[in-house]
Design a protein around this ligand. Structure first.
Ligand SMILES: *Cc1c(COP(=O)(O)O)cnc(C)c1O
Ligand code: SF4
Length: 351
C-alpha cells in the first residue's frame, strides 16, 4: 500500500491513539473530551510524531480548553471574512476583480486548532461534486476577467483524484485563466502524498498550477517535507508559503526569521504572513497588529525582502486583504523622505 494511504488509514482521532505517541495528563484528557465534542481532533501519525519533539507543533493540533471558553467564543465570528455571503456558486467566492476562491472540501488529514474555516468542521465531510465542479467552471467561463483561481479547502489534494483532475483540466481549458493556485498543507502534515507520481502527474499536466502551502514553524520542515517540495518543483510547480501569525507559536522575529530562511533553502517563497483572523474558537492564538508590525520591522532590518512575506490583515465582512509594509516613506512638498533599512533617512525630489 502507498505510504500516504497508510497514513490516512491510521489517522489519529482519540486519546488512546495519542497516548501511543506521548503521555497525557488527566487535565489534558479532560479538556480533550470537552473540546472535541465541539471541535474534533485529527492528525496524521506523521505530524503527531513531530509533535512529540516540538511543543509548538503540539499546540497547533492539541485541543485547548480556551477554544470553547466563553471569553474566546464570544470574541470571534464563524465567518469573519463573509466567504459565505460572497458566494456565486455553492463552492465559489468572488470578491476581487481578477480572482476567485473555490472551497472544494472540508477534509484535512490534520486539523489545525487555529483554522479560519473551523465553521466547516461542524459539517459532514464533503468533497465538491461533479455537478458543482461544472457550476464553478461555468461561472469562471462566463467571467473573462477571472485570471487567477484559488483551489482551497480543507485540503484539495485529498479530493478523489478524478475530481481534482476534472477541476484542474477544466481550468486548463479556459483561456482567460492564467494561474491556478492550489492551497494545501500536505507538504507539512502529510508530505507522503507528494511522493505519489499519479498526483504529481495531474498537477504537472494541468499546466497552470502553483502550490501555496502553509508552514508555520521551522520544526515543520523535515527531510520528508523537503522531498515533497522538491517533487513539486521538479514537476514545474512553483511553491509559495502562507504563514499565520500565532501567539505562543511563531510570534517572534527569531522564529519567523528561521522559518522564512529555511523555507527559502528548500526553494519555497514566503508569500503571506497573515494576521490571525477573528474566528470563533481561535482568538487565543491572536497577537496584536502592533506586535506583528514590530516583528516585520525587525525582519526587514535583518534579512532580504526576498525572504520576507507580506504581513496582511483580512478586513472584516469581506473588505479584503491589506498588505502591510514597514512605514518607510512620507511625502513633504515635492520631496519624498525615505527611511533606509538601517534607519538612516534621505530625501529625493519627486522627479
Ligand atoms: C485571499 C483571497 C484571495 C486571494 O488573494 P491574494 O491577495 O491575491 O492572495 C482571493 N479570493 C478570496 C475570497 C480570498 O479570501
Ligand atoms: S490545513 Fe488549513 S483548512 Fe485544514 S485545518 Fe489546517 S488551517 Fe484549516
Amino acid at each position: 500500500m502507498k505510504e500516504w494511504l497508510k497514513e490516512l488509514q491510521n489517522l489519529v482521532r482519540n486519546i488512546e491513539s495519542i497516548e501511543k505517541f506521548f503521555p497525557l495528563t488527566d487535565e489534558e484528557k479532560e479538556s480533550f473530551k470537552k473540546v472535541t465534542s465541539i471541535y474534533p481532533f485529527l492528525s496524521t501519525p506523521y505530524y503527531l510524531s513531530l509533535a512529540v519533539k516540538s511543543c509548538a507543533i503540539k499546540r497547533m493540533i492539541f485541543p485547548n480548553i480556551m477554544e470553547i471558553s466563553e471569553a474566546i467564543q464570544s470574541k470571534g465570528e464563524e465567518d469573519p471574512l463573509s466567504e459565505e455571503r460572497d458566494k456565486k456558486t455553492l463552492h465559489l467566492t468572488h470578491r476581487y476583480p481578477d480572482r476567485v476562491l473555490v472551497v472544494t472540501t472540508n477534509f484535512c488529514p490534520t486539523l489545525c486548532r487555529f483554522c479560519m474555516r473551523k465553521r466547516n468542521w461542524k459539517k459532514k465531510t464533503f468533497f465538491i461534486s461533479d455537478t458543482e465542479i461544472e457550476n464553478a467552471l461555468n461561472y469562471i467561463r462566463k467571467n473573462e476577467n477571472i485570471r487567477d483561481v484559488l483551489i482551497s479547502g480543507g485540503d484539495p489534494l485529498f479530493l478523489p483524484i478524478e475530481r481534482l483532475k476534472k477541476l484542474l483540466f477544466g481550468l486548463k481549458a479556459i483561456d482567460h485563466v492564467e494561474v491556478v493556485r492550489v492551497g494545501t498543507r500536505a507538504p507539512v502534515t502529510l508530505p507522503h502524498r507528494l511522493l505519489d507520481d499519479d498526483l504529481l502527474e495531474v498537477l504537472e499536466k494541468a499546466e497552470k498550477v502553483w502550490v501555496n502551502t502553509h508552514f508555520n514553524h521551522p520544526d515543520e520542515i523535515t527531510e520528508l517535507s523537503k522531498e515533497a517540495v522538491k517533487n513539486l518543483l521538479k514537476a514545474g510547480i512553483p511553491v509559495n508559503n502562507q504563514t499565520v501569525l500565532l501567539k505562543g507559536i511563531n510570534d517572534s522575529a527569531d522564529i519567523l526569521e528561521k522559518l522564512f530562511r529555511n523555507l527559502q533553502k528548500i526553494k519555497v517563497r514566503p508569500y503571506y504572513l497573515f494576521h490571525c483572523d477573528p474566528v470563533k474558537g481561535v482568538m487565543h492564538f491572536s497577537t496584536s497588529i502592533t506586535k506583528g508590525i514590530k516583528i516585520l520591522e525587525k525582519l526587514f532590518k535583518r534579512i532580504s525582502p526576498f525572504a520576507i512575506p507580506y504581513y496582511a490583515v483580512d478586513g472584516p465582512g469581506g473588505k479584503g486583504k491589506v498588505q502591510i509594509l514597514p512605514d518607510r516613506y512620507k511625502k513633504e512638498g515635492n520631496f519624498y523622505i525615505f527611511r533606509s533599512f538601517n534607519g538612516e533617512t534621505f530625501k529625493m525630489s519627486d522627479m
